[in-house]
Design a protein around this ligand. Structure first.
Ligand SMILES: Cc1ncc(COP(=O)(O)O)c(C=O)c1O
Length: 436
C-alpha cells in the first residue's frame, strides 16, 4: 500500500470490511499468538484513520477540547464526547471539594472499603445518596462497572437465573455470565417479552432466584423501559428487579432523580445501581437497597467491593458536592439548559433529515446505518474539528452504526450549531467518497 492511499483503495481492505465480532473467539493453541489477527486489523484501522477510539486528551474535556488520536493526529474542536452532562467537572465548588479532600486525606484511599477504605466523606456520601434515592442503604464501589458486576455476582448463584434487556451494559452482561449459565435476554424495553421469559423459567423452576436487569436510560439508544410494569411483573414471578441509572441519575428528573423520579418509582424498585462517571464528575458507583442484609451480602460476596481499593476521599468529596448541586435550584437550572441544548441538537439533525434515536436525554444518538459510511464520517469529523463518538457493530446491531453526541449543560447554542454543521458536512464528504 502506498504511503498516502486513496480512499477508494482502502475501502475494500479489512479495516472497512471486517468487524470486531470476527476476532472475539480466535482459534489456536497458543493463548497470546492468536491475538495477532485482531492486532493487525486494529493497526490498519489506526493507520487509515478509522479507529476513533483510545484518543488522549491534551486539554481538559470541556465543551472545546484538543486530543491526540490513536494515529498521532491532533483533533481539536467542539467536544461532544464527555459524559460530564451538567458540566460540573469545571464547577468552582467541585474543584474546591477536590482540593479540600486532597489536603485533608491525601490522594490515596488506603484500602478496600471492607478494610480502611472508608472515610467520613464516603460515609456522608452514602447517607446523602440513600436520602436522594429514597432507600435505606447504599453501598459504594470504586467504579460504575464494579457496581453492576459486583451487585450481580454478589447476589446470583449458579442455579439462579438472570433475565436481561438485550441492550444491557457490558458490566451487567458480564456479571450475569460470570454468575450463572442460566441467563437469557428479553427484547429491548419489551415488558411482554420479559414476562414470557419469566413465565417459562417459573414453569420449570420455583426453587431458585431470578434477577431481572434493565437501565433507566439506555446509552446507545437514549430510551427507557416502563419501570413500573417491569417491577410489577417481577413481583408476579417472585423475581427481583435491578435498574442501572448510570446515565439518567442527576441529569434528568425532579431534583435530579432521573427516570425513577420521572416515572414515580423512586424508592420503589428492588435494587438500583449507578455510576458517578457521568453527571457526578468523578469515578465510582453504588448499589441502593431498602434491605440492610442485601447491603451486607453484596459487600461481602460482590468481589469488586471487598477486593478492590475503595473510592478515594477526593472522589467521595467530589461526588458528595456534585450531589448537593444536583439537588439544588442550580441543578434544576443546569438541567433546563441541558434539555434546551439537547432539543436544539436533535432539531438540527432532524432538519437535515437525520434520525435521532430515542427520547431527549444528554445522549443524542444520530443514525448513519452503514458501517463503512460511519468510518469515513469519523475520519472526516476528526479533520473538520468535531469530537463525537462513533458506535458500530457489535456494540449496536449490524447496519445500525451511529454517532453518539453527549450534550453538556455548558455547551453554547453556537457550539451546537457548529457541531450540527460539521456533522452535516462530514457526512456529505463521506457519502461522496463512497459513491466515487
Ligand atoms: C449503563 C452503564 N452502566 C455502567 C457503566 C459503568 O460505569 P463506569 O464507567 O463508571 O465504570 C456505564 C459506563 O459507561 C454505563 O453506560
Amino acid at each position: 500500500m502506498s504511503p498516502n492511499p486513496t480512499i477508494a483503495s482502502i475501502l475494500e481492505t479489512d479495516a472497512f470490511t471486517k468487524h470486531l465480532g470476527m476476532f472475539t473467539h480466535p482459534k489456536g493453541a497458543h493463548l497470546t499468538e492468536r491475538t495477532r489477527p485482531l492486532g493487525a486489523w486494529l493497526e490498519q484501522r489506526i493507520e487509515y484513520g478509522t479507529w476513533p477510539y483510545s484518543r488522549s486528551l491534551e486539554t481538559s474535556p470541556a465543551t472545546e477540547a484538543r486530543l491526540t488520536s490513536s494515529n498521532g493526529a491532533i483533533v481539536e474542536g467542539v467536544n461532544f464526547g464527555s459524559q460530564d452532562y451538567l458540566g460540573l467537572a469545571s464547577h468552582d465548588s467541585i474543584q474546591e471539594a477536590a482540593i479540600r479532600a486532597l489536603a485533608d486525606f491525601g490522594p490515596h484511599s488506603a484500602a478496600s472499603a471492607i478494610l480502611q477504605g472508608n472515610s467520613n466523606l464516603s460515609r456522608s456520601l452514602e447517607a446523602a445518596l440513600a436520602e436522594h434515592m429514597q432507600t435505606e442503604h447504599v453501598l459504594l464501589f470504586p467504579t460504575g462497572w464494579a457496581a453492576g458486576f459486583g451487585a450481580i455476582v454478589g447476589l446470583v448463584r449458579p442455579n439462579d437465573h438472570v433475565v436481561l434487556d438485550q441492550n444491557s451494559h457490558a458490566c451487567l452482561m458480564q456479571g450475569a455470565r460470570a454468575a450463572t449459565d442460566k441467563h437469557v435476554f428479553f427484547r429491548h424495553n419489551d415488558v411482554a417479552d420479559a414476562r414470557r421469559k419469566l413465565s417459562k423459567i417459573r414453569a420449570k423452576d420455583t426453587d431458585n432466584a431470578i434477577l431481572v436487569v434493565t437501565e433507566g436510560i439506555f446509552s446507545m439508544d437514549s430510551d427507557s423501559p416502563d419501570i413500573f410494569a417491569l417491577q410489577e411483573t417481577c413481583r408476579e414471578f417472585n423475581a427481583v428487579l435491578l435498574v442501572d441509572v448510570a446515565h439518567d441519575l442527576g441529569a434528568s428528573g425532579p431534583r435530579g432523580t432521573g427516570q425513577l423520579g420521572l416515572q414515580g418509582m423512586l424508592g420503589k424498585v428492588d435494587l438500583v445501581m449507578g455510576a458517578f462517571s457521568k453527571t457526578f464528575s468523578s469515578n465510582g458507583g453504588f448499589l441502593a437497597t431498602q434491605d440492610a442484609s442485601v447491603r451486607h451480602f453484596v459487600s461481602i460476596y460482590g468481589g469488586s467491593h471487598a477486593f478492590s481499593n475503595a473510592l478515594s476521599p477526593v472522589q467521595s468529596g467530589v461526588v458528595r458536592e456534585a450531589l448537593r448541586i444536583v439537588r439544588s435550584p442550580e441543578g434544576e437550572s443546569l438541567r433546563a439548559r441541558s434539555l434546551s441544548n439537547i432539543r436544539q441538537l436533535r432539531a438540527a439533525f432532524e432538519a437535515d433529515g437525520l434520525e435521532c434515536y430515542g427520547q431527549p436525554s444528554p445522549i443524542v444518538p444520530v443514525g448513519v446505518g452503514d458501517e463503512r459510511l460511519a468510518k469515513l464520517t469519523a475520519r472526516a469529523l476528526e479533520a473538520n474539528g468535531l469530537i463525537a463518538n462513533m458506535v458500530e457493530y457489535p456494540a449496536v446491531a449490524r447496519g445500525r452504526a451511529r454517532f453518539r453526541f453527549q450534550v453538556m449543560a455548558t455547551h453554547t447554542p453556537e457550539q451546537i450549531d457548529t457541531a450540527a454543521g460539521i456533522f452535516r458536512r462530514s457526512l456529505a464528504e463521506a457519502r461522496a467518497h463512497l459513491n466515487e
